[in-house]
Design a binder for this molecule. Structure first.
Ligand SMILES: C[S@@+](CC[C@H](N)C(=O)[O-])C[C@H]1O[C@@H](n2cnc3c(N)ncnc32)[C@H](O)[C@@H]1O
Length: 300
């Protein structure tokens, strides 16, 4: 790329970013300017600072073609996480594909809640802790916890083998493959272990709401990761008995919920024999994480 004065027929980095932002805004992308910068930066191999300092540089035809291809994908509302191929969660980089839910900042509420629970007990560095992540997807919840608890081990379960392959890659890339195993199976699959901590972000979108999702979610994220049956609660009903049976006495479960689901999910967990202790809000103030424990039975 070479710095050029404004000349007809010459496309500069700045003009490419501005044009890309206009096209994305026209396609209804809310974060059009940010995404335009990311796409042009990715195609040209430049970070945000370099995009600014080199905005008057001319872009060659091949690079402009790369931008056009990525832009086309985003115009069709493919999520940025799929285009970039990763998403940050708990300050860790997770590979993301069409087989996995893109990790959401709201889900960090579960990590915070589990860390707070363990900090109030005697688990220095997670020593003695076993973690189970139901519906692990990218492995983000399990691996975020293991990153904070260097002495803990854990298992991620998912019914999608393609998602598990991504979770395994993430565990390798983050240096935690020796402490995380991934098992293909249903909520009730035979694991032969009980754990102190369960995390789960089950599919919780009610059937009638699926068609109203943003295109980035509805068109591109796996149905298996979203669809929660007629009322959005089917996975909690199926999961609750397994949460109970997989927890040791005094163990705790941290379950993500959708908007307005806290009372219903608390009832489902209580019916399965768990004691619901609280529901923690996410950063936006929406109740997001139901915390339940398996109480030690009273001695007679
Ligand atoms: C909402 S996503 C959560 C992914 C990840 N834990 C996260 O928080 O980003 C739900 C996950 O549950 C998995 N899943 C759906 N039904 C399942 C079932 N019956 N048994 C096991 N996993 C299931 C999906 O494949 C998906 O990866």
């Amino acid at each position: 790329m070479n710095a050029v004065p404004s000349r007809p027929g010459v496309v500069t980095v700045g003009a490419l970013v501005a044009g890309a932002a206009n096209r994305l805004a026209g396609a209804g992308v809310e974060s059009a300017r940010l995404d335009a910068r990311l796409i042009v930066g990715m195609a040209l191999g430049l970070d945000t600072a370099a995009l600014l300092s080199r905005r008057d540089d001319a872009v060659d035809a091949l690079a402009a073609q790369r931008v056009a291809e990525l832009l086309g994908r985003r115009e069709r509302r493919e999520p940025m996480s799929h285009i970039v191929g990763e998403r940050e969660f708990w300050s860790l980089a997770f590979r993301v594909t069409a087989a996995t839910l893109t990790p959401r900042p709201d889900s960090e509420t579960l990590v915070e809640a589990a860390l707070a629970w363990a900090a109030a007990r005697d688990y220095p560095g997670g020593a003695g802790l076993r973690v189970l992540d139901f519906g692990t997807g990218t492995g983000c919840l399990l691996l975020a916890l293991l990153s904070e608890w260097p002495s803990a081990i854990g298992t991620g379960i998912d019914i999608s083998p393609a998602a598990l392959a991504v979770a395994r890659d993430n565990a390798h890339a983050l240096g935690m493959a020796g402490r995380a195993r991934f098992v293909a199976g249903d909520w009730g699959c035979d694991l032969n272990e009980r754990v102190q901590v369960i995390v789960a972000n089950p599919p919780y979108i009610a059937e009638g709401d699926l068609e109203r999702l943003d295109p980035e979610v509805g068109r591109y994220e796996p149905r298996l990761a979203l669809a929660g049956g007629a009322d959005g609660l089917a996975a909690y009903r199926a999961l609750a008995p397994h949460v109970f049976s997989r927890l040791v006495d005094d163990g705790a479960a941290f379950l993500e919920i959708g908007q307005g689901q806290s009372a219903a999910v608390a009832d489902i967990l209580a019916d399965a024999g768990l004691q619901v202790v609280t529901c923690m809000p996410d950063l936006g103030g929406t109740p997001r994480c139901v915390v339940a424990i398996r109480q030690r039975p009273e001695k007679y």
